[in-house]
Design a protein around this ligand. Structure first.
Ligand code: IMP
Ligand code: MG
Length: 185
């Protein structure tokens, strides 16, 4: 599949699942909830790269209390639509998190394997508290016991792209969440 060909790229987008407006509204509410819960507390928003980069950028601007931002990257997904078994932290935080209330900001919880490992590692560093906030949740696909504290949208078992989420590294820059359409044979 060569996504540099305009036709192949466009054919990969089946339909819009969640519009820009719906995302915006959900983020506005999540921001207000964070403002209310973390007022006066040292807050660190931890974005899991790459998928959550756009979500974090918009969410951070919907939060109006003081907060810090950190990035982590975990590798668990390759160039196909299935999760692999192993997860490796390839980029870590620079902050000592023991003096922060931490919110992990994730793009999607699918099998849950990636996030459960990341959360376990962060919990071992004794943050003041640790919560998980995800833009999307695909509960049907869960393989480990993991629940988000805040989930903006629950979706069916479909492979989604856009708003940070990729297929083979493409489509992250779509402004909405779409459903990926595999190549017709
Ligand atoms: P999990 O470990 O199976 O929960 O999946 C973790 C990662 O897989 C997510 O952070 C995404 O990067 C990727 N992923 C899972 N489902 C999708 C999808 O529908 N579209 C794009 N990426 C996905
Ligand atoms: Mg990915």
């Amino acid at each position: 599949m060569n996504f540099l060909q305009e036709e192949a790229y466009q054919n990969g987008i089946d339909r819009v699942l969640i519009s820009e407006q719906e995302i915006k509204e959900a983020i506005r509410k999540a921001g207000a909830q964070i403002d209310a819960e973390y007022q006066g507390k040292p807050l660190l928003l931890v974005s899991i790269l790459k998928g959550a980069f756009i979500f974090l950028a918009d969410l951070a601007r919907a939060v109006s209390i003081p907060c810090e931002i950190g990035f982590m990257q975990a590798q668990s997904y390759f160039e196909n639509t299935e999760s692999s078994g192993t997860v490796e932290i390839i980029l870590d935080l620079t902050q000592d998190i023991s003096n922060y209330h931490v919110i992990i900001v994730e793009d999607i919880i699918d099998t849950g394997r990636t996030l459960s490992l990341v959360a376990e590692q962060l919990r071992a560093r004794n943050p003041l508290s640790l919560k998980i906030l995800t833009l999307l949740d695909k509960p049907e696909r869960r393989e480990v016991n993991l629940k988000a504290d805040i989930s903006l949208f629950t979706i069916r078992d479909e492979f989604v792209i856009g708003y940070g989420l990729d297929f083979a590294e493409y489509y992250r820059n779509l402004p909405y969440i779409g459903v990926y359409q595999p190549e017709k044979k």
